[in-house]
Design a protein around this ligand. Structure first.
Ligand SMILES: C[S@@+](CC[C@H](N)C(=O)[O-])C[C@H]1O[C@@H](n2cnc3c(N)ncnc32)[C@H](O)[C@@H]1O
Length: 226
């Protein structure tokens, strides 16, 4: 994975040691520097008083940070995941973890681990988990959001659908955060679809870039154009 650049400010919110420890102990794919940037962005967006949304929770690693930022802001963290895993997490692929397979059904099910993660972190009450395919949930959605974190499927089909389905629900001043943005194909490990979505958001004229940390990009909605 290629690290791009990191910009931080001393006034940014940081998670309490117990929350950071829970994040580090949770199964998942986000390194600590990106987690801290995610937390700072979620905390800032929470000041808008609107829900924070995550697409792609897996076993709840990043969700811990969103949930704690939501708790502190007095808002709700919403998560969208079918909990059947992305393409690269299926049996036979590099990111497969056999422990995520339901032994009775023989298919992936990360929902039990996700729930255990949030319960152990004491954050269950701050999260509403929407279990289903992102475009189907988005098609029913009508509430403005302060924060949209895109970390679901990494194919062009899925990443594009996540952007098209959820970015229009961002309130002005809200933050769009995209994970696994790899401008250089040498660095990519699950494809460059998130990078293409990032470029599309930038080209829309509706967003201004706020920060870049590793493969995490934070953009602020500053206008119409979606
Ligand atoms: C890269 S993982 C998320 C990692 C997580 N944010 C973390 O910090 O560990 C991607 C997740 O997106 C989910 N996913 C993929 N495509 C989806 C879709 N179309 N709708 C809902 N969830 C999806 C998968 O089930 C998987 O749990």
């Amino acid at each position: 994975m290629g690290s791009v650049q990191t910009r931080t400010a001393s006034h940014e919110a940081t998670p309490a040691p117990a929350i950071l420890a829970a994040f580090e102990a949770a199964k998942g794919f986000m390194p600590v520097d990106e987690g801290l940037a995610l937390y700072a962005a979620a905390s800032e967006a929470g000041r808008l008083g609107l829900p924070l949304l995550e697409i792609g929770s897996y076993c709840g690693r990043s969700t811990i940070l969103l949930a704690d930022a939501a708790r502190a802001a007095g808002v709700t963290a919403l998560t969208v995941d079918h909990h059947r895993g992305s393409e690269e997490q299926q049996p036979g692929w590099d990111y497969h973890d056999p422990q995520t397979v339901d032994p009775e059904l023989g298919v992936m099910d990360t929902l039990p681990a996700f729930r255990r993660t949030l319960h152990r972190a004491g954050l269950e009450d701050h999260v509403v988990a929407l279990v289903g395919r992102s475009p189907r949930v988005a098609a029913l959605w009508g509430t403005p959001l302060a924060f949209v974190f895109v970390d679901g499927g990494h194919t062009d089909e899925h990443a594009t659908a996540d952007y098209e389905g959820w970015a229009p629900h961002l309130a002005e001043g809200g933050l769009l955060v995209i994970h696994d943005v790899f401008p250089d194909p040498v660095d990519e490990f699950t494809g460059q679809a998130p990078y293409r979505v990032y470029l599309r958001a930038r080209a829309s004229g509706a967003f201004t870039e706020v920060s870049a940390t590793g493969s995490l990009r934070v953009l602020r909605r500053t206008g119409p154009g979606l």
